[in-house]
Design a binder for this molecule. Sequence first.
Ligand code: 6PG
Length: 470
Amino acid sequence: MKSVIGLYGLGVMGQSLALNIANHGYRITVCNRSRGKTDAFMEGKTGGLPVEAAYSLEDFVASLEKPRRIILMLTAGPVIDQAIEQFLPLLDEGDILIDCGNSFYKDTIRRNRYLKEKGLHFIGTGVSGGEMGALLGPSIMPSGDREAYETVDEIFRAISAKTPSGEACCSYIGPDGSGHYVKMVHNGIEYADIQIICEAYHLMKTAAGMTNSQIQQVFAEWNKGRLHSYLIEITADILTRKDEKTGNDLVDMILDRAGQKGTGKWTSMEGLDIGAVIPTIAESVFARNMSAIKEERVKTSQVFDSHPKAPLGDDFLEQLEEAVYAAKVCCYAQGFRLMKEASEENGWNLNYGEIALLWRAGCIIRADFLEDIKKAYDKEPDCQNLILTEKFREELKTAEASWRQIVVDGIANGCYIPAFASTINYFDGYRSSRLPANLLQAQRDYFGAHTYQRVDADPKEYFHTVWETV
Ligand code: 6PG
């Protein structure tokens, strides 16, 4: 009996995804470059499930129904190209390769074209949710040739996360690399969302002098309201954990040096490339870079050793909740705006309400709040920016004074809060009808004859002033 689908690459994510597929009753063949991993997987939790192992690519391919559907669950980068080359001689016209890793979308576009020339289909698919998500229901963002995608749609929807009202967190995103693009932006937003939460923790700890247990209670409380989300929930949980070795709170024993695999950096670079304004996402990447230079920070802290201290208001915690919410709205607004610009540039025709829905469950940024984003886009699909939609615009107006006060408190207390500060700056920039770029243009024209437009002339007309005479 042939399998309906195959999965190549039995890392943690690959194993979880394979089990998820088999748990839903789809017969799957798994294969891995090294035999040991396949054996260990088969000896593990596959008992009674429709899972078959293959130990060579030939056997793997031969075990699949036609058109063959092969999921690649591999490390992003050249490994994917190598795997494609190995599969090519074994595949027939119409077969489908599905890259479920965190690939860079431009690689996906390139692979799509390459395989199309060979009569094959390539479905670049963003998958979010980590190991547990892959096992129990991830958020799935597929893209590529639509007809080819339709042949895996049933399986993908079945294994995906479901929203509280039962909708599948999986839907076709668009052509070529759009699925990986949307996943990349998901990760950029993830970076910003995480950074905002970390800054709130930092303010409570450093500016307000609260204990971990008090901070834990605040996060747990927030999780009952409009901030209810996976990231707030795990933050509250993390703050309850004790270190087995020392008995201290585990969070205090973890070195303050952040890692990163690069998707936040990609998002920021895409923002720069396309000319989008996504400062909070970029600041969140810089914040990880700042954390990474621990030794330098320690040395510098001894040079600038006075720590400013300023009193906080009685309603600091209420204001902080408003600031976290407002900052969150702004970083999602930045991510959605970036997708809008990319969609227009690439002709992807992205559906933002649908994207919000498929991030509603299963993925790392899952939150009730995404339901509101979906509703906002359903109501105003062509809106320029999320912060202009009715609900969010009213909420930002309400939050504004607190949000501003929190940034003032942070700065006055010497706290590093780049994400918070960048959101209020983003807001102030976006709502300013006039910015000092007039002076900037004058400077550029002064030193480089770069010309400028005038407030009282057609924007197509450019002017130059002779600023200095020799
Ligand atoms: C997800 C995550 C996932 C992963 C990131 C973390 O959606 O499941 O985003 O892709 O956790 O790779 O990225 P960093 O290592 O860069 O924080």
